[in-house]
Design a protein around this ligand. Structure first.
Ligand SMILES: [Zn+2]
Length: 391
């Protein structure tokens, strides 16, 4: 079955021990990545994060780097040639944080917990993957590894760059943070966003209030109806996340708009909620249009999931699959038929908040489990028909 000379548990134990030895180096790489602002307002920072990693990995033998720029944003693929099997490690260099956050909140370590902007989402995962790649090359027996680090995961609403590369992978591991207590992600909800716009007629609110028609009133009445779709079906969530309108307190509002966020594990439920939202808007004479859609993470790939669990077993890490309402690029790879598991980075939580953290003590075992699963991945000749059936 496996062509590799090292057994997965041996690799897991070796890499885990190596990460323990290199904990200071891990922390210094993490510190370097966290100190770079890489939000959507800092495209040069996104490229810098990728460069730090590419510069380290190009020192290794058999490494090729590919860069791709789109709309001013950089994307990176580092290919480390090895055995026949192809393993994708998928991450993103961008964060949701504004320029200046890195200086405001530098990496702070308290006991075994590391706090800082983007540590969990996902600079901890990037630092860990970089050290794993180095350690596996040292070990000298690994599949071909493609480390893909995109620059626009937090803002994009279409499939990621390098999809053609990823589609040839036998397994895809997404480097979002692991869940505390050994959780990793096998299911994610898909999401759909729509913008609703109300048009009224402006008038002086004191002199001729009845001559005007308030777009704000019209929109808010509709928002109330849409909010009731929340949890009407199992696992379906509906949230109106933004709202704005009007021009001044003394003017009846001519315009108002709001954005709705719909999430579900099944495309059917997304479609159903979309139809309901569009019907409700039409009846209220509001215009509405879809602004983006992410597919749910598709079928759970049981064999990849157990490969990862088995690799972690020797390390006494109680790895177990979980699901989440948050989306990641794993939704796209899984939908494309690539066996995918997610949440294989260091354990952490509170993404997108000032309390974001990773558990540094989880790094050796998580790195070991991931390295073990990487080396245990075998060539998988999926035909197009099989992929079609899977979807
Ligand atoms: Zn993320």
């Amino acid at each position: 079955m496996r062509e590799s000379g090292h057994a997965a548990p041996d690799v897991a134990a070796a890499i885990s021990a190596e990460m323990k030895r290199r904990s200071v180096e891990f922390l210094s790489l993490l510190d370097e990545l966290v100190s770079i602002d890489s939000g959507r307002d800092a495209p040069e920072g996104i490229a810098k994060v990728q460069d730090v990693i590419a510069n380290r990995l190009t020192r290794l033998e058999g490494v090729a780097v590919e860069r791709h720029h789109q709309d001013g944003v950089a994307h990176l693929a580092v290919v480390i040639s090895g055995g026949d099997a192809r393993v994708a490690l998928l991450g993103h260099a961008d964060t949701v944080l504004a320029r200046g956050t890195a200086a405001e909140r530098p990496l702070r370590v308290e006991g075994h917990v590391g706090y800082g902007p983007g540590v969990a989402d996902m600079k901890g995962g990037l630092a860990m993957a970089t050290l794993i790649c180095e350690a596996l090359v040292d070990l000298g027996d690994h599949p071909t590894i493609e480390l893909v680090i995109v620059g626009d995961e937090e803002t994009r609403v279409v499939a990621p760059p390098f999809m053609d590369r990823l589609e040839s992978a036998d397994a895809c591991f997404v480097l979002e943070c692991g869940r505390p207590g050994g959780g990793y992600i096998v299911r994610r909800k898909g999401g759909l966003w729509a913008r609703m716009e109300a048009k009224g007629r402006s008038a002086h609110a004191g002199v001729q209030p009845d001559w005007g028609t308030s777009a704000i009133v019209q929109l808010c009445q509709t928002v109330g109806i849409i909010a009731e779709l929340h949890r009407v079906r199992d696992d379906l969530t509906v949230s109106v996340g933004t709202i704005a309108g009007g021009s001044a307190p003394n003017v009846v509002a001519a315009e108002a708009w709001a954005d709705v966020d719909i999430r579900a594990f099944r495309d059917d439920d997304l479609d159903w909620a979309r139809r309901r939202v569009f019907d409700i808007c039409e009846r209220a004479s509001l215009s509405v249009h879809e602004t983006g859609r992410w597919p749910p993470m598709g079928l759970v790939d049981e064999s990849l999931s157990s490969l990862y669990q088995d690799a972690g077993r020797g390390l006494s890490v109680p790895l177990h699959p979980e699901s989440t309402g948050g989306m990641s690029d794993g939704c796209w790879t899984s939908t494309a038929g690539i066996p995918t598991i997610d949440g294989v980075g260091p354990e952490g939580s509170n993404d997108h908040s000032p309390e974001e953290y990773i558990d540094l003590a989880s790094v050796p075992a998580r790195a070991g489990a991931l390295a073990g699963a990487i080396t245990a991945t075998t060539r998988n000749d999926r035909s197009n028909t099989e992929r079609g059936e899977k979807e």
